[in-house]
Design a protein around this ligand. Structure first.
Ligand code: ZN
Length: 491
């Protein structure tokens, strides 16, 4: 009887199998004895991770993240990830958490959907139905920083090895793993971000979906100089693929924006960065006149525009939208200062020339006003017009999803100047809620692969036909070393 039941169960599984995605992902421990995954330092089990040494906990977190991905992918070919924990680039305040990429890129293999086009080896294997590089120790090479939390490397941070995402202020290893494995599975272009050159003179499958909205063309149809110019065209470089476009409305919130309503010469929408704290923006928004906050130039902050000390013009700021420069003190401190003066909202102006939205980290439940950041250039325009009177609304634009263009194509990270290892092979920083494949690790990520899965499916990780959700989902259809993710308190 038990036998028959078991048979029935097996049959059911056999029938269900084609519907349920799965792929076997194996971690190949490439560390030497005594270090990295083999580090014998005793460790107390944490958050579902039952390892009792540092090395065992690292390995368990790796396999956990690999299994999360494995349950979502569909491949008959085992995916081997050659992994190490080792010292990577780092300073006391910012550093590389990890990096990963395909060990090989392949083109014109059995069943290759597009001729003369590079695919990450794990994806090529899946499509070909066999291991095309059986002798390689791994299909993905992944490195993670063993120095995090030491004096000269993100000194105030540490890895969280638990599996339950209860990482608090620590860096959630599972989230970083999910991100890096995403690159290894194909979330990257092989185009050289600095020169615009294609890898070995051929396009890659990811590149074929990269579109420059200002040109209305995909990257594979551009010349090398045109791709080089496009790489830094912030806000115009998007990923155009049908499953991602279809998933955008259900994934991302309306776009935070700063509507300038006067003077007429500045009227329009300014791109903004948002904060992890403060009042949430609303469609109705908070409207007011903009007033520059003034504070003493003192030990707390060297300029009279940084709001690092109590304001000297609090009466003028009360009831209005305060304008403050980034720098020296935390974003939470600036918000607390202008809120104490009676400001109804805050605009933080970046103090460095950065074309991408500045995300403002921090945690302070006492901040009850909304705040946004603007670029240095936009901040200068606002400040120059204050005497004439500037009125704004901090709000959500319901007609556009954050991090996407007006056709729901996702913006790719295209900062000027190029950031090697980050440019193009990530989502833009303006996407909210935060996404797995943004270039900086967000502290609020669920253990979820959000838009990464539909993107990978559009590259070839699914054979299911695409149901067109949008008439613009033109179907077009990516491998090496990626350098990665930066993190830091960014005051
Ligand atoms: Zn990355």
């Amino acid at each position: 009887m038990p036998f028959r039941n078991a048979r029935a169960a097996l049959l059911l599984l056999a029938i269900a199998a084609p519907l349920a995605a799965s792929a076997r992902i194996t971690i190949v421990n490439a560390n030497d004895p005594g270090v990295g995954f083999n580090d014998p330092t005793p460790a107390a089990p944490v958050g579902g991770n039952t390892g009792t040494t540092l090395g065992a906990q690292r390995l368990q977190a790796f396999q956990y993240a690999a299994d999360l991905w494995g349950a979502l992918l569909d491949s008959d070919v085992e995916i081997r990830i050659q992994a190490t924990f080792e010292a990577l680039d780092c300073t006391a305040t910012t550093g590389t958490l990890g990096s990963a990429g395909p060990t090989n890129s392949l083109a014109d293999f059995t069943n290759a959907p597009l001729p003369g086009t590079w695919y990450a080896v794990a994806l090529a294997n899946r499509i070909a139905g066999r291991d095309l590089t059986p002798a390689a120790p791994g299909h993905i090479r992944a490195k993670f920083n063993s120095s995090v939390g030491t004096l000269n490397c993100l000194a105030t941070s540490q890895w969280y090895y638990g599996l339950d995402n209860a990482h608090g202020d620590a860096i959630d290893l599972v989230s970083v793993l999910l991100h890096e494995f995403g690159h290894g599975l194909g979330f990257l272009t092989f185009v050289d971000a600095t020169t615009g050159e294609e890898f070995s003179g051929h396009p890659d499958v990811f590149e074929k979906h990269i579109r420059d909205d200002s040109l209305g063309k995909t990257w594979d149809t551009l010349t090398t100089p045109e791709r080089q110019a496009s790489t830094i065209r912030t806000g115009e470089v998007v990923f155009d693929s049908p499953r991602v476009v279809a998933a955008v409305p259900g994934t991302l919130s309306a776009t935070p924006t700063l509507s300038v309503t006067a003077p007429a010469s500045l009227a329009g929408e300014l791109a903004v960065g948002t904060a992890d704290f403060g009042a949430a923006l609303t469609v109705g928004g908070v409207a007011g006149d903009v007033v520059a906050a003034e504070d003493p130039s003192d030990a707390a902050g060297p300029t009279a525009t940084d709001a690092c000390s109590p304001l000297t013009n609090a009466a003028a700021v009360a009831g209005h939208v305060a304008l403050v420069d980034r720098g020296t003190c935390l974003f939470t401190a600036k918000a607390a200062t202008v809120q104490a003066a009676g400001a109804i909202a805050l605009i933080v102006v970046n103090n460095v020339a950065d074309t991408s939205a500045l995300a403002m980290g921090g945690d302070d439940a006492s901040i009850s006003i909304p705040l946004v950041s603007v670029t240095q250039a936009d901040g200068a325009s606002l400040r120059a017009s204050l005497a004439a009177g500037v009125t704004v609304i901090l709000r959500l634009d319901p007609d556009r999803r954050s991090g996407a263009d007006s056709a729901n194509r996702m913006l790719l990270y295209a900062p000027n100047p190029v950031e090697d290892g980050s440019s193009t092979s990530h989502w833009d920083t303006s996407a909210f809620p935060h996404l797995l494949m943004q270039p900086n690790l967000a502290g609020d990520l669920p253990h979820d692969v959000d838009l990464t899965l539909p993107l990978l499916q559009d590259l070839g990780w699914s054979s299911e036909p695409v149901v067109p959700a949008s008439p613009r989902g033109a179907v077009h259809e990516v491998a090496r070393e990626e350098t990665p993710r930066l993190i830091g308190p960014r005051p």
